[in-house]
Design a protein around this ligand. Sequence first.
Ligand SMILES: Nc1ncnc2c1ncn2[C@@H]1O[C@H](COP(=O)(O)OP(=O)(O)OP(=O)(O)O)[C@@H](O)[C@H]1O
Length: 263
Amino acid sequence: MSTPVLDVRGLAFAYPDGHQALFGVDMHVHPGERVALLGPNGAGKTTLVLHLNGILSASAGQGAGSVAVSGLPVTRRNLLEIRRRVGIVFQDPDDQLFMGSVRADVAFGPANLGLTGAALEKRVTDALEQVGMAEYADRPPHHLSFGQRRRVAVATVLAMEPEILVLDEPSSNLDPASRRELADILRGLDVTLLMVTHDLPYALELCPRSVVLSGGRVVADGTTYDVLTDDALMRAHRLELPWGFDPRGIADGRSGAVDSLPG
Ligand SMILES: Nc1ncnc2c1ncn2[C@@H]1O[C@H](COP(=O)(O)OP(=O)(O)OP(=O)(O)O)[C@@H](O)[C@H]1O
């Protein structure tokens, strides 16, 4: 079997105040997979994601276990290469956009890697085209809508050509049309994907596999359909489908959201 893009083994972590957020997490993501990371508030999802590019580290402080990205351990000395390989799109695009134009924001990362001239320009154009934002290249990011800024934030990460794209709540605060457009964009990307989300229909639509984290432990790892239709698991870990949404209806080729509405 191929080397996992993401190889998390026995990861345990406590914050400096002593609060233990992760208790021996194992998770492996293989090239080309699309995996949703689900779990209730406080489950440890963000804590886990922050270990994937070394913002948090089990080796510093009261931690245990390891994380490797395509075989390269996430350690202080590998941080530059790890941050090129793991692209994280945070929930708030304004955490990632700080330059005077969309083009400058998307160029920032690859320029830091040493790209210049035509190669840099191509990298920027390709990334903006992937998210349907090429025509906005010269606009200041703060003149864009929230949904457009989120797409540019995805482009800033794609421009680094990461081995894994990690998205934290990609559908939050998007109107239904922007949510669907982003889903179309994400579906079209040729990249390994890990998506943290509370939007369970989005997980079902985009990620064949889901890992459920609860209380700092992996409590399920299987097909998203199996996870979302396991009523006992869902109840035990405070996962709730939106009213009227039935994954079984989707799997039958019907619109679960519409067909399961009463009356
Ligand atoms: N800086 C911190 N110091 C101490 N405890 C923290 C810190 N950040 C998070 N925690 C705690 O660690 C646990 C896991 O938090 P985390 O943010 O990883 O959960 P989450 O699954 O991402 O939640 P949410 O769905 O609400 O974003 C929670 O109990 C939280 O209170």
